[in-house]
Ligand binder design. Structure first.
Ligand SMILES: [Zn+2]
Length: 117
């Protein structure tokens, strides 16, 4: 059998990251909602630039939201002792991969397959 995963360690990292994501989301709600195209905040940016920035912010927010959902799943899988196994093929996920990003739910080959599609 391969390496034992230190679930506590991953749980701590996931929980910490989760809290940061939620806190950021709260902060952004306060900041962005009312003054989207406020002249003072746009400054010298053209309207185009401002819109482009909004698009980028939206894309970034989407990625974070996907990460948040992965973390929720990962935490559930820690609780049910399925953490560290690929959700697609059930193979073990390499420890190095989880060390890099504890919210990853698939093994390297499934991740690569997903990218090709
Ligand atoms: Zn897999």
């Amino acid at each position: 059998m391969s390496e034992e995963l230190d679930l506590d360690h991953f749980k701590k990292r996931l929980t910490k990251r989760y809290q940061i994501i939620l806190a950021d989301r709260e902060a952004q709600k306060k900041n962005t909602a009312p003054k989207e195209l406020d002249q003072t905040s746009v400054g010298r940016l053209s309207r185009m630039d401002a819109m482009q920035q909004q698009q980028m912010a939206k894309a970034a927010a989407l990625l974070v939201d996907q990460e948040r959902r992965r973390i929720e799943t990962a935490l559930k899988r820690i609780a049910s002792e399925e953490y560290g196994y690929c959700i697609l093929c059930d193979e073990e996920i390499a420890g190095k991969r989880l060390e890099f990003d504890p919210s990853l739910l698939t093994c390297i080959s499934c991740a690569q397959n997903a990218e090709k599609q």
